[in-house]
Design a protein around this ligand. Sequence first.
Ligand code: PAF
Length: 283
Amino acid sequence: MRTVRSVADLRAALAGPRRDGRTIGLVPTMGALHQGHLSLVRRARADTDVVVVSLFVNPAQFAPTEDLAAYPRDEARDAELAEKAGADLLFAPPVDEVYPPGFATTVRVGGVSEPLEGAQRGASHFDGVATVVTKLLNMAGPDVAYFGQKDAQQAAVVRRVVRDLDLPVRIEVCPTVREPDGLAMSSRNAYLTADERARAVALKHALDAARAAVEQGERDAAAVASAAAAPMRALDVEPEYLALVDPESFLPVDSIDRDVLVAVAARVGKARLIDNATIRRAR
Ligand code: PAF
């Protein structure tokens, strides 16, 4: 696996394979790779001929109050893991390669980027995500780009960008990878103390409780949300939001009369965690 740091080197490395008709898969990451990221790399390896992993902690998607400075960074470890999972190329640009002096363009997605994460983290979060993902797609020109379902709203925002801007790429959203107790893998789990780690499973318990309520016949979204909140309270974890939404628009639903996404966010100690589950319409 080679590491490249400039757009010119990335394009030069991909020009030959592209000319030969080989397909390119891109896995965009901010590093601190865990099994969730590696499942995307393995999927890209299985689907495409040349696998590019980008490693860029994108300052534009962090609010001033968030953890940009503290975000875990270990390029040597990430490079080793990416290579073992099957990456051919690591694209690890410095900040001024992505945002050169004078950079003044933002990709803003209306609608789907506004509720939940958009409301909690501010509009600049998904502006930053949409802008950097658009740039990474333009830099690498992949046939397929891979994202995790854990960041379901991010995936919906990226799909919207790709549709609206006619970007010639297929977006694949891959299942959330979980710890044995159900906690969704996240780079931010590294912030949890032992006690917080034990309580962090509250988010998964909430999703399980929502599903169980629907399986028992509950169709009222508020009642399902209230059933989901109970196991969080039991572990002393306060949701920032616990919402039943349409999986495309992320607008709230009143009743479970179609496929619904249950989305939850909570702070556990210093870590802000998110998780979600799709509840299929009862047929
Ligand atoms: O999910 C992430 O790690 C980031 O939001 C992404 C997609 C790499 C953009 O910076």
